[in-house]
Write a protein of this length. Structure first.
Length: 131
């Protein structure tokens, strides 16, 4: 009886050794960095790092672009204010002979002639004028 029990115990131990050996081989293939899941995890980890760096640089570029846009908007607002003042001051200037002849041709009824005169005055800037 002891002999049968010892034989079954040895067979069970050999079965456990075989099972562990097969499991070890499968696990080593599974974690292989070239072909297995371990390689896929390594590649994905590298891609995550690259995307994080790209996101940081994109955020930096977007912040810089926003700052430049704010500066340009402020400059445009200042230029608009100057243009508004220039246009308002043009209404106070006396008419020139050219302006009077243009008004007589249109019988003084056209607002477009007045706008053309003002535009012409604004476009002829003195040397050194700037916005």
């Amino acid at each position: 009886m002891n002999f049968i029990a010892d034989t079954l115990l040895i067979a069970g131990a050999l079965g456990a050794v075989l099972y562990c050996y097969i499991l070890s081989k499968k696990l080593s293939r599974f974690n292989n960095l070239d072909k297995g899941v371990g390689g896929a995890i390594a590649v994905l980890s590298a891609q995550v790092d690259e995307l994080s760096n790209a996101l940081i640089s994109a955020r930096s570029a977007a912040d810089q672009s926003a700052k430049n846009l704010e500066d340009l908007t402020a400059r445009a607002e200042a230029a608009r204010t100057k243009l508004d003042l220039m246009m308002a001051s043009m209404h106070d200037l006396p008419d020139t002979a050219e302006d009077i002849s243009a008004r007589k041709k249109s019988n003084g009824t056209s607002e477009g002639v007045r706008a053309d005169i003002i535009f012409k005055r604004c476009s002829v800037r003195k040397h050194g004028d700037s916005l």
